[in-house]
Design a protein around this ligand. Structure first.
Ligand code: ZN
Length: 311
């Protein structure tokens, strides 16, 4: 068909066909879409740790600005849906990858990068007992293995391209945070979350996120692209954000000093309060189960679900 077109109408016709095809494939990013308002191109030189649920500072976002972050992927069915929903609304997000999953599903990681999203590391194995209960050396090894697996999946080789990190279950240690900073890594907590480790219906999860976001007014939102309920409710969430006047801020590696906002007076770490209850219980457990070769389904192995008892 293309050859016939080229013969009859010349190369210009071919170009037209290709351009028409490209236009049909790309989503129309008009004003009716949520879109991405701006990108924070963050330098991680010297490191930092942000996210009010864990740290006494966060990114200085304007009122109604939201950073979308997704943990625990890639996972085949759900991550695809999440990427489709983001593409439809022309929204850029950040994915904190489990290295084992990135190694098992590299095409999904490449799709995330190709579609303009940023990626961070979330350890290699997402240890069920948390990094805090591992030796410092073992925890570092799991983190480094995660960077290597994520970067290899995304870029074909590991060369310190990824500069963002999030602790599984927010179970950091001062030593690990210092070490990450010394390696010029930015540590991201969150300002609010969806509690999507709970068994929620998509509608219940949507209502919960919107309620929390309306209360907080802005922030770094934690979701899980491994969760069915999140993948299902995301199209409605993005529509609702648009209707309520929220603006999406995309965080990406870059040259700029991170704009920081200190926590309000009387700040307390929400995650530390939860971990204080969970860690002693986890400490009684034996080491986590061996890896599933096909990747890790975080639906079965998140430490985060235990955080839900708080709420
Ligand atoms: Zn996680």
């Amino acid at each position: 068909m293309l050859q016939i077109l080229a013969r009859r109408f010349g190369a210009g016709a071919l170009l037209f066909v290709f351009l028409a095809g490209a236009c049909a494939a790309a989503p129309a990013c008009g004003p009716d879409k949520l879109g991405t308002e701006r990108t924070l191109a963050l330098s991680t030189a010297g490191g930092f740790a942000v996210g009010l649920q864990t740290y006494p500072q966060t990114l200085a976002l304007a009122d109604h600005e939201v950073v979308l972050t997704f943990d625990d992927g890639p996972w085949p069915t759900t991550t695809r849906k999440v990427l489709d929903a983001l593409a439809l609304e022309c929204v850029k997000a950040t994915f904190f990858l489990i290295g084992r999953n990135a190694a098992a599903f590299p095409a999904l990681v490449r799709r995330e990068v190709t579609e303009g999203h940023s990626i961070g590391n979330h350890t290699f194995s997402h240890p069920a007992r948390t990094l805090r209960l591992m030796s410092n050396a073992a925890a570092r090894a799991d983190i480094l293995r995660g960077f290597t697996a994520d970067e290899t999946a995304a870029y074909g080789r590991a060369n310190r391209q990824i500069t963002f990190f999030r602790f599984p279950g927010f179970a950091d240690t001062p030593a690990l945070v210092s070490w990450l900073k010394s390696r010029n890594i930015g540590v991201f907590g969150s300002d609010l979350w969806a509690s999507d480790w709970l068994l929620l219906t998509p509608q219940a999860e949507l209502d919960l996120v919107l309620k929390r976001l309306d209360r907080a007014g802005r922030g770094i939102l934690l979701l899980h692209d491994s969760r069915v309920s999140t993948a299902e409710m995301l199209p409605q969430l993005l529509r609702a954000l648009k209707q309520r006047g929220y603006k999406i801020v995309h965080i990406a590696p870059g040259p700029d000093r991170p704009p920081l906002r200190p926590a309000p007076p009387g700040w307390k770490s929400e995650t530390e309060e939860i971990l204080a209850k969970i860690i002693p219980r986890l400490a009684g457990h034996k080491a986590s189960a061996p890896a599933n070769k096909a990747g890790m389904n975080p639906n079965q192995a998140l430490p985060e679900p235990q955080m839900s008892r708080k709420r």
